[in-house]
Design a protein around this ligand. Structure first.
Ligand code: HEC
Ligand code: HEC
Ligand code: HEC
Length: 180
């Protein structure tokens, strides 16, 4: 009797390990951690600097300046910040809501793919939560989740220039430079 309970428990424990391995938990680590040592370097394409100088790093700050109440509104933060509405334990200490639309808003929560040895392996990174896109059409679709007026809240201010992927994508692109 005891033996069968014991083996049942063993199976249970192994099964829970298997489940835990099947579903790793991806947490948000913030732009500084994403930049790490690599995505600051000129040779790597200075993604941190490009993002800091671009519009998305100001999405939260500008929202707050325009309407201090809006930063308590999940419906606004969905597009003006990262990880709006997720469970609090998915946010690590280095995550900052003030980062606005940071790396992980587009690339996925980075806690599990950020180690160098994972990042070097595209397939492994994707398994660990990195979001990649098949082609530019897929990238445009991702942009539109925030930039399509139809997804915006009622009475949302009109953009100065309507979203145009072909013209706007180059202004926020940050590729790894081709090796010379
Ligand atoms: C579906 C995504 C989306 C939602 C939801 C959304 N916004 Fe925006 N918001 C944007 C985008 C994208 C811009 C950049 C300009 C544009 O395309 O309209 C913007 C720009 C703004 C601006 C102009 C200043 C700036 O930040 O550049 C204000 C103010 C603003 N939003 C307020 C709000 C408020 C308040 C809410 C919630 C009630 C909200 N937004 C919800 C996507 C969104
Ligand atoms: C608004 C969405 C968005 C934000 C924010 C963003 N990225 Fe990207 N990033 C993209 C897209 C789209 C690509 C192009 C991917 C492709 O061509 O397949 C890309 C490409 C990259 C690449 C090049 C990948 C390659 O194989 O060439 C790196 C590295 C990168 N991003 C890092 C970052 C880092 C680090 C941050 C934050 C500091 C960041 N990104 C912020 C959307 C974003
Ligand atoms: C998570 C939501 C989100 C995603 C995804 C996103 N953006 Fe934005 N984007 C914003 C917000 C919010 C602003 C306004 C920032 C500000 O000025 O306060 C903005 C601003 C911009 C601007 C500055 C001009 C303008 O309309 O205000 C450009 C250009 C832009 N985004 C391009 C892109 C492109 C290209 C993509 C896809 C590769 C993309 N964005 C994906 C939310 C997003």
């Amino acid at each position: 009797m005891y033996k069968s309970i014991l083996s049942f428990l063993c199976v249970l424990i192994f099964a829970s390990f298997a489940i835990a391995q099947d579903a790793p938990v991806f947490k948000y680590v913030g732009s500084k951690k994403c930049a790490g040592a690599c995505h600051k370097k000129e040779k790597q394409g200075e993604q941190l600097k490009k993002w800091q100088e671009g519009p998305h790093s100001k999405a939260y700050i500008n929202l707050k300046a325009a309407d201090a109440e809006a930063v308590n509104n999940e419906a606004c933060l969905k597009c003006h910040a990262t990880a709006a509405g997720v469970e609090a334990d998915l946010l690590t200490k280095s995550f900052k809501i003030e980062d606005g639309v940071q790396c992980e808003a587009c690339h996925g929560a980075g806690s599990k793919y950020k180690p160098m040895k994972i990042m070097k392996d595209r397939a492994k990174s994707v398994e660990m939560g990195l979001i990649v896109w098949e082609d530019e059409a897929a990238i445009e679709k991702m942009c539109l989740t925030c930039h399509d007026p139809a997804n915006k809240t009622e009475g949302h201010p009109e953009p100065e220039t309507p979203f145009n992927f072909t013209e706007m994508y180059p202004t926020v692109q940050h590729p790894i430079p081709e090796k010379k």
